[in-house]
Design a binder for this molecule. Structure first.
Ligand code: ADP
Ligand code: MG
Length: 726
């Protein structure tokens, strides 16, 4: 029945399906008639043994995380139903598509067999009649809904073959004049076998039993313009009849604001506390901006942008401290994060410490290695290179350099965090594209500290995280933003093109290559099958090689051996090939300034941030760049919006905001490193102002009011996990 009936879990179905335990829970006077009706049918039909109700119920509730009184109190309704009014059937018939409640007497009841077995009941009042239709029903229901029975029914009114009807309505048998509830009925998030009636009762009991104590003083509430906790709780569980229903439903009512604020406050407290714990650990202070740093800057072929200067100053200030820096460096693709990271490394080296740079892919690590080594080695810096694909002998060699301290800068993939790697005096950890690593991986590297000191950490990300998210997900991180691109870049022009016009696109690629421009051709993402993805890339490569006579076409994908990959990339970098067919392996970090045309096939399959990352591979030089997004129609609504966003915006932050809107925060960052699962009521998009208030208060409480901090966290987290485990 549950599968057929959309409301089956929301509402205790008042039929024989309800176990005896539930009828025992019913206490409302208005339902007593129906309760006895149900009990009777139960006895007749099922003759169930008396249920072991109390034990079972509490187990089921515990499964929903409901154990202590406060758990129940914070189990807030997901929506409300209005059972306070009964419409005449005539009135109800005029409201197709909306929820109605009607009451009348059964004037006909039949089991029909066409088009399929169903119970069809006609309910009449003085004004009209409405059909109740049950596609799944118990034999006992046919008896229960006998002619002459008075029934109160609620559901969505539709106009069917027989006129106005309710399909699978919630209903109860009532006596004439049975009172109506005078408040909206809360509908709670529930699980299998946990009827609403059970939740309502258990929550009401908890509300009456608990000892009320507000974690926020009256003065604080007044200045925050928030209502009291008890008032908020009572209002949300038992909304008064005259409440502004709209604001209640939309989570805008003051009662909701208070609960959302409390939830955000708990999150901020938890995150800030993690930050304080981190600060209590020692890190090597690196006060000197020395010879290496200065020589490096002088030798750079360009001047730092204002934004780069600003973030560098923030990073240097952190590294001067004797507690670990934990900073996220955000900057749109191409904004020049690498040079900033290299300058941070130079500072560590200036102060006699080792620095390590970890990148998520071998291609990216390799690029960093070549680039940074080219900057620093001429200045006398010893570097080491470590990835999983090194031969044992090379690995041993690298490890020896790292453990002896000979290597001042180590660059590599996550091979860097393996236990076999021992640093002599690691002082700074740089993590590129940090959103691709889990928090755990990041930490493993931090644990490679020496002499009880934790290294400073700088994480880089081109996935711009909107401010609210940064504040909630990364509240324990400081954030630096490079909000300016190096000068001389022309914005990328993006076009969205039906793939039927592929021939025109190929002609365009041909023309560009002949002019000496370089082109990326990105193959479609095929999530279900890596083999298929590889096949597609190979086919595309052959197709393009044939279609572009006289043009060198390279192919790079994830299955190539590192050396092969390197050869292909080198050919492209040194312009020995003009077109590079690639899978998404080029998504991050590849930097070939001469490439100015990108074609992305089946762009509709990619996510927004992925498209933005891919597109960021062009537009890195002075040449005007173009990105062609090929799609296969028809496009779904979200895909259409994604492509339109790409066409209209080059701004990573704007795109990230849109991405967040389209996908929601959980998916946006991956639940792995988010506290998202813990936010039940607050909405990071619409409640930004509450986040800011909560953040400010959290700071103040942590400084001056540990008792309140403890009480508030106990209330909201109890024995649950921390919002973010660091
Ligand atoms: P991302 O932030 O995406 O990692 P990169 O660090 O790869 O960006 O920088 C993109 C390109 O811009 C590189 O070729 C880099 O050398 C160049 N670049 C970085 N900073 C500047 C600057 N201040 N002036 C000119 N070019 C710069
Ligand atoms: Mg980069």
């Amino acid at each position: 029945m549950a599968a057929e009936h959309p409301n089956a879990q929301d509402e205790i179905a008042l039929t024989t399906a309800a176990p005896a335990a539930e009828s025992a829970m019913e206490s409302d006077a208005s339902e007593s008639a129906q309760t006895s009706a149900r009990t009777k049918t139960n006895t007749k039909k099922n003759a169930k043994p008396p249920a072991k109700a109390p034990v079972k119920a509490s187990d089921k509730l515990a499964k929903l995380g409901l154990r202590k009184d406060m758990d129940f109190i914070l189990h807030l309704p997901m929506r409300y139903e209005d059972e306070t009014q009964i419409l005449s059937m005539r009135e109800a018939s005029l409201r197709g598509g909306s929820q109605v409640q009607i009451e009348g007497v059964v004037t006909a009841a039949d089991v029909q067999y066409r088009p399929r077995r169903q119970l069809v009941v006609t309910l009449s009042d003085d004004s009209d009649q409405v059909t109740l239709r049950f596609l799944n029903f118990y034999g006992s229901q046919t008896k229960q809904l006998a002619i002459g029975t008075r029934v109160r029914a609620r559901g969505e009114l539709r106009h069917g073959f027989l006129g106005a009807e309710l399909v699978h309505p919630n209903y109860k048998i009532v006596n004439e004049g049975a009172p109506l509830p005078n408040a909206l009925t809360p509908v709670y998030p529930s699980g299998e076998g946990v009827p609403q009636a059970l939740l309502r009762k258990a929550i009401s009991n908890a509300i009456e039993r608990v000892h009320w104590r507000d974690t926020l003083s009256a003065a604080r509430l007044a200045s925050l313009q928030l209502c009291g906790f008890e008032t908020a709780v009572r209002t949300l569980h038992h909304p008064p009849p005259d409440i502004d229903q709209h604001s209640l439903m939309e989570h805008e009512h003051p009662a909701w604001l208070r609960m959302k604020f409390d939830e955000l406050l708990a999150q901020q407290l938890s995150l800030k506390r993690a930050q304080l714990t981190r600060r209590s650990k020692g890190a090597p202070a690196m006060p000197v901006v020395g010879e290496l740093s200065n020589a490096f800057l002088i030798n750079l072929p360009f001047a730092l942008t204002g934004a780069q200067e600003k973030v560098l100053a923030e990073i240097r200030a952190d590294m001067r401290q004797d507690y670990p820096m934990q900073r996220l460096l955000q900057g749109d693709v191409g904004s020049g994060k690498t040079i900033v990271a290299a300058l941070a490394a130079a500072q560590a080296i200036d102060n006699g410490f080792q620095a390590a740079l970890m990148a998520p892919t071998e291609i990216l690590a390799e690029q960093h290695f070549r680039k940074i080594a080219a900057w620093l080695e001429p200045l006398g810096v010893k570097t080491a290179w470590l990835t999983g694909s090194l031969k044992k002998k090379e690995k041993d060699q690298a490890n020896a350099m790292i453990s002896s301290g000979e290597a001042q800068l180590v660059i590599g993939t996550h091979a860097l965090i393996q236990d076999s790697v021992q640093f002599a005096n690691l002082g700074l950890v740089l993590v590129d594209e940090q959103h691709r690593f889990g928090v755990g991986q990041r930490l493993n590297l931090a644990n490679k500290a020496v002499a009880g000191k934790v290294p400073h950490q700088l994480m880089m990300s081109a996935t711009p995280i909107p401010r609210t998210l940064a504040m909630t997900y990364f509240a324990d991180l400081e954030v630096s933003v490079i909000d300016e691109l190096p000068p001389g870049r022309t914005p990328i022009v993006t076009r969205v093109i039906d793939q039927n016009r592929r021939d025109e696109v190929i002609a365009r690629v041909h023309a560009a290559a002949q002019e000496g421009k370089q082109v990326y051709w990105v193959c479609p993402l095929i999530e279900e099958s890596e083999t298929l993805q590889l096949q597609t890339a190979t086919d595309t490569h052959m197709m393009l090689a044939a279609a572009l006579p006289g043009i060198q076409v390279g192919l790079v994908h994830g299955r190539l051996k590192p050396a092969e990959k390197q050869t292909v990339m080198d050919d492209f970098i040194h312009q020995r090939s003009q077109v590079l067919v690639a899978t998404t392996v080029i998504e991050v970090g590849v930097d070939v300034p001469n490439a100015s045309l990108m074609v992305i096939e089946h762009a509709e399959r990619f996510g927004l941030s992925q498209l933005h990352q891919l597109r960021g591979r062009v537009g890195r030089g002075a040449a005007a760049s173009v990105c062609l997004l090929l799609y296969q129609g028809p496009l779904g609504g979200t895909a259409k919006q994604r492509l339109a966003t790409m066409r209209e915006s080059n701004d990573g932050f704007e795109i990230a905001r849109k991405d967040l809107e389209l996908r929601g925060p959980g998916e946006f960052l991956g639940a792995r490193q988010s506290g998202e699962a813990m936010l039940r009521f607050a909405n990071l998009e619409t409640d930004q102002w509450l986040v800011e208030k909560a953040r400010n208060l959290a700071q103040e409480l942590l400084k001056h009011d540990p008792v309140t901090v403890a009480a508030h966290l106990e209330r909201w987290l109890g024995n649950k996990e921390e919002f973010l485990r660091v």
